[in-house]
Unconditional design. Structure first.
Lengths: 155, 83, 155, 83
């Protein structure tokens, strides 16, 4: 199998699930399954928008590294990670992970691996804005933060 | 040394980045935090509870004892919440 | 949470991933993630087409039952299963599973559950046609068949 | 009793479905298989190795000892290969 070069993008614009999926299967006959996960901005509790900040440079590097690791761990024929930054409205997609493989298990497992990692290892920060005005930074979930607690700067 | 701040660390300090020249006795991330916290009330607030802050040195996550040196890019931010 | 009615279809036509995904999130603010799996027709080893046969009536019943079970096991906000029958060309989608939930783990796990079940519990049969002429029925994989061996009619 | 055949079972028998009236001693799926296998060379070939055949009674998968009765819809087919 040829080495796979993952497609990694951090962008303000929305993404096109159908186009990104087609990119992983068009013109080739070795793809048996494509798994995807789209993280969507919820709008409950009066949320009017999410504003996502990232660390230009480090974020792209971190995403590229983890996508390459997924390609090394599973026999993927393609891998796409697109994470939006900036202002995102309820119902809009925040993040897209796509993995393609000859075999369904490889696609499904690597997709779950990537989205789990994105929650704990990628330098993104979410701020919630509310319809009544005001905003607050989203706090890391205890479960997610446990994975990064070893990096905390004080005891 | 180039220092970057993100999310509420940036907001509390009031800067997205700054160039600093810490004294020679600042040799690791923890030492840099202690020194930066003395630069003003915003800095002091941002670093009041270092357990809430994470760091990266040259774009890799870094623990408190990670060395820092002139020329490094060091970033401070809250635990990440992407995905 | 309102009871979810899964969308289940068995059809000859292709499916539209983007439209089906939009259907699960449009006009609602409680969807946090949408997982999908698209099974794609491979074209290796000289395969020119897959011809899929099903058991009209039983197949739809079986799909509806398993989709309802997924909705009962996980807190889904939506669930779509579309399986094609008839003649399918390499690169075309065979099956689409989509699951939406407020939480990513529910969407990812239920999607994997459904596609695994489709391989072993849904009355579909694949015949491979080859560029050189000739065709053969696909045999169940040993791993998949183990799940159905209890139904075999002789020892 | 309505009998349906799918995939290579259908091809070997040469029929997609047939109406049959098995004798009263045919009471379960295994008995029905043994009786159907006597109806012709195609039937005999299709049921030559019953381990390769699966059944459904009234659209539910059924083991060899599942009862069958007049009015039932009984289907025979290979292990499924969808998804």
């Amino acid at each position: 199998m040829d080495a796979v070069t993952p497609l990694v993008r951090v962008q303000e614009a929305g993404f096109d699930l159908a186009a990104e999926t087609a990119r992983l299967s068009e013109g080739r006959v070795d793809v048996g399954g494509i798994a995807s996960f789209v993280g969507v901005c919820r709008g409950d509790d009066g949320l009017s928008a999410l504003v996502l900040e990232h660390y230009p440079g480090m974020t792209e590097r971190a995403l590229t590294k983890i996508a390459a690791e997924a390609c090394a761990r599973w026999p993927l024929t393609g891998c796409t990670v697109i994470h939006r930054v900036g202002r995102i409205l309820p119902g809009e997609g925040i993040v897209l992970v796509l993995t393609a493989s000859a075999h369904r298990a490889a696609a499904l497992e690597s997709c779950a691996f990537l989205i789990d990692w994105l929650k704990t290892g990628a330098p993104f920060w979410k701020r919630e804005e509310f319809t009544g005005g005001g905003s607050r930074w989203v706090e890391a979930k205890a479960s997610d933060d446990a994975a990064s607690a070893r990096w905390q700067l004080g005891r | 040394m180039k220092i970057l701040y993100f999310a509420w660390v940036r907001q509390r300090i009031g800067l997205a980045e700054e160039e600093v020249s810490p004294p020679a006795e600042v040799r690791d991330v923890a030492g840099l935090v202690a020194w930066l916290a003395t630069r003003g009330p915003g800095h002091a607030t941002a670093f009041a509870d270092p357990r809430q802050v994470r760091a990266a040195v040259n774009q890799d996550f870094a623990p408190p004892d990670a060395p820092v040196a002139p020329g490094d890019e060091v970033a401070f931010f809250p635990p990440v919440t992407g995905g």
